[in-house]
Design a protein around this ligand. Sequence first.
Ligand SMILES: [Cu+2]
Length: 73
Amino acid sequence: MASMMEHVTLTAPDISCGHCVATIKEEVGTLPGVANVEADPSSKRVEIDFDPGRVSLAQIEAALEEAGYPIAK
Ligand SMILES: [Cu+2]
């Protein structure tokens, strides 16, 4: 059964290098319901594919903040 995936683009201004990208992929990518995480140090963008039935955007934002990369609103 296919579940509906949602895609979100967030901006985390503190992403500065590949190490940050690896940390974000590790911290957010291990949340249940998160299918894919990409981050880009030059644009500061984080692209996330997730299943909203299993994880909320608020939980994803909290995980990013906990990892040290708070989202710019
Ligand atoms: Cu870094």
